[in-house]
Design a protein around this ligand. Structure first.
Ligand code: NI
Length: 187
């Protein structure tokens, strides 16, 4: 188990364009494992390699009530429609913004075994894929804000909510964390 420190929004590594993975070797598998551990600890819905300091085209996604999975060298090849969403990022804890995302996307990538995958996704998964692939291109969700007033600070949770059900309330994309619990936050 290796939980890595999540880089914050001012870290220049988040602005660097990432390199493609040429071979899924032991170091890539280790990276994916560390990213899964880090994501589990932070209770987010997705994490991109630059968020733990590595400029490599690797991201992991963990949708509510589903198994986590990694995407290698992902590219969005098709976007359909537009909708307004609430979004946040583990690299900007405590904030959320209203931005526009596609209604559905098609993503080409490799899975962890190097098999080519084409993912057609909508709603939360589409949003998470766009968000993580943005990270791999040095883009943060705050870049999509139409104006600064579309970003707002989340109110800290009142202490009485820290019951068993409500302890995992850190930010995740789209309002639900990977435990499937409703949350008012985003990744
Ligand atoms: Ni993020």
């Amino acid at each position: 188990m290796a939980v890595k420190t999540i880089r914050h929004i001012s870290d220049p590594v988040l602005r660097r364009k990432t390199k493609r993975v040429l071979k899924i070797d032991k170091s890539v598998l280790q990276l994916v494992e560390d990213m899964m551990d880090t994501l589990e600890q932070s209770d987010g819905a997705g994490l991109a390699a630059p968020q733990i300091g590595l400029s490599l085209r690797v991201a992991v996604l963990w949708m509510p009530e589903q198994e986590p999975f990694a995407i290698i060298n992902p590219e969005v090849v098709k976007r359909i429609g537009e909708r307004e969403v609430e979004e946040g990022c583990l690299s900007l804890p405590g904030y959320q913004g209203k931005i526009k995302r596609a209604v559905s996307v098609t993503v080409k990538c490799l899975d962890i075994e190097g098999k080519p995958l084409r993912i057609r996704a909508k709603e939360l998964l589409a949003q998470a894929l766009e968000h993580e692939i943005d990270h791999l291109n040095g883009i943060l969700f705050t870049d999509h804000l139409e104006s600064p007033d579309k970003l707002y600070k989340l109110e800290p949770k009142p202490a009485e909510q820290s019951t068993e059900e409500n302890t995992k309330t850190s930010p995740v994309i789209g309002g639900t964390n990977h435990s499937g619990q409703e949350s008012t936050h985003a990744v």
